[in-house]
Write a protein that binds this ligand. Sequence first.
Ligand SMILES: [Zn+2]
Length: 212
Amino acid sequence: MNYQTERAEIVAYGKKLITERLTTGTGGNISRYLPAEQVMLISPSGIPYFETQPEDIVVMDLAGNVVEGTRKPSSEYELHSIFYRERQDVFSVVHTHSEYATTFACLHQAIEPLHYIIGSIGEKVRCCAYKTYGTFELAQEAFDFIQQDHGILLGNHGVLAIGKDVESAFSVAKDIEFLAKLDYRARCIGQPVLLNEEQMQVVIEKFATYGQ
Ligand SMILES: [Zn+2]
């Protein structure tokens, strides 16, 4: 079996989707692209995250063919592969149905800049139009819509996060849920004070050079 380390990573982050309360049941999916081999590893369809074994992870080429594995890939594989085909800066995609963020997605309501951490994702967390799950139309809509942002809401569906590796895409998905929860709670007791464009630009620039 090839890609043992990468398979184990997807299994581990799948469990984190549940323990960090970013999804329930078999909702959501995770993938990682290996540019040298031009394949992506993606979570399988319909297997609970705590039952998923490394051999259940499906290896696919970017045309959608299964290269290695006996399981059916996640039904949203198009939503993942389009980023690896079309962008040179994306190596992982994480998709969730986390509850607070999906609530905003059902309202087609962006999460506004009420906390500086939003600058690690974009000026706000915007929401794209509704398209049927598991279709190329959904993948195309999300791809066209996301532009320079690291994550968006998928209308009437959930969250899409992208990153340079699984850790960063997962972290975006987690931050989006954190922000959605804050926005929801702030609106329960008042009107959140939003950061202005200038304040957000400062934060976005700081995030661009943050870390090691
Ligand atoms: Zn979904």
